[in-house]
Design a protein around this ligand. Structure first.
Ligand code: SF4
Length: 341
């Protein structure tokens, strides 16, 4: 691979207009912030974050549902990042119930095996985390175990963003981790430049260079700048597991309306593990009420510093919106690296 300096020079030579590309991955945002990459990009070349943080795009209605399980006396288990995400009645952390941080679904099952109480795992994540959850459910966990599926699929959100056109995007940097599992063939339907990229500064610079070249040459295709980890069809075994247990469903994302087939619900055969069915809980739509602009940040039309609460009322210690909570949230990342633009 070319060195970072060679890639920067090639970018400088190639950029001859304004370009806006979107990445859809919190790990990309963290790498860009950590390496100060935006500050070395040629003028006119912009990379914005999209809905790539699974915790951030979990809508308030799902957080409220998670708290309802607490109210019903369940042990609620989930990833640490989700704990402080605010719903309309506070967060899981402030719920006062038995809420436990686990590293994965298998740990939540272990809790269920050692108690008579109901255990609900709040299962968030993109295509990367779903196969593990599916594999666990296929092992037939105990009857007192169930999940709230908050999973999301990336391509339907990209389709929605492209149809809206509000961010005037020239192309997408595709999420390397998601593509390890899902491959990139599903993205070939989109008539825009796209490049799968890894997570080192050089990977991201190479991805940007390939995107710029596609625009300059009037091409739109999916190219792979991360072949050491990603292939076109992804991990077939993992995908088979996913669709053995889950099926696509129309769901809302935080900052987005209901996007067709963008979520995953349990298939009927696994309904006994569906916490919503088991406890008769519905996910309700919640209108935004605070001054938080996470919705706009997640759609790539605002950056954290555009928010009047950023760094004042809203800090990593006192998060107002989900983008200040999760380690993949743009506001949290920008705050950690003291970014002002
Ligand atoms: Fe929301 Fe806080 Fe980010 Fe503002 S700074 S958009 S309130 S998370």
């Amino acid at each position: 691979m070319a060195t970072g300096d060679e890639l920067k020079e090639a970018l400088r030579d190639s950029v001859d207009r304004d370009y806006t590309f979107m990445h859809i991955c919190g790990t990309h945002e963290a790498a860009i912030a950590r390496t100060g990459l935006r500050s070395v990009l040629p003028e006119g070349l912009k990379i914005v974050m999209g809905p790539g943080c699974p915790v951030c795009i979990t809508p308030q209605g799902e957080i409220d549902a998670a708290i309802e399980f607490v109210d019903k006396g369940c042990i609620v288990a989930t990833y640490g990042d989700l704990l402080r995400v605010p719903g309309t009645r506070g967060s899981l952390e402030s719920s006062g119930g038995d809420v436990r941080v686990v590293q994965g679904v298998h740990k939540a099952v272990e809790i269920a095996e050692k108690t008579d109480k109901e255990v609900v795992f709040i299962s968030v994540g993109f295509e990367t985390t779903v196969p593990t959850v599916a594999a666990t459910l296929l092992t037939e966990p105990p009857e007192n175990f169930s999940i709230l599926s908050c999973h999301r699929l990336v391509p339907p959100a990209m389709k929605w963003l492209l149809e809206q056109g509000e961010a005037s995007l020239d192309g997408f940097m595709l999420p390397g981790h998601v593509c390890v599992v899902a491959g990139y063939e599903d993205y070939e339907q989109f008539p825009v430049p796209q490049v799968v990229a890894g997570f080192e500064a050089e990977d991201i610079l190479l991805g940007l260079l390939m995107l710029v070249r596609q625009v300059n040459e009037g091409r739109h295709e999916v190219e792979n700048a991360y072949p050491r980890a990603v292939n076109r069809t992804g991990n077939q075994k993992a995908k088979k597991l996913m669709y053995e247990v889950f099926e696509p469903a129309d769901v809302e994302w935080r900052g987005f309306p209901v996007i067709p087939a963008s979520g995953l619900r349990l298939k009927q055969e696994f309904a006994r593990y569906d916490a919503k069915e088991k406890f008769g809980i519905e996910i309700k739509h919640v209108e935004k009420t605070t001054g938080c602009i996470c919705d706009r940040v997640l759609r790539g039309i605002a950056q954290p510093t555009d928010c009047r609460l950023y760094g004042k009322v809203c800090t990593p210690r006192t998060p107002v919106g989900p983008c200040m909570v999760g380690h993949e949230g743009a506001c949290k990342i920008w705050s950690l690296y003291h970014l002002r633009r």
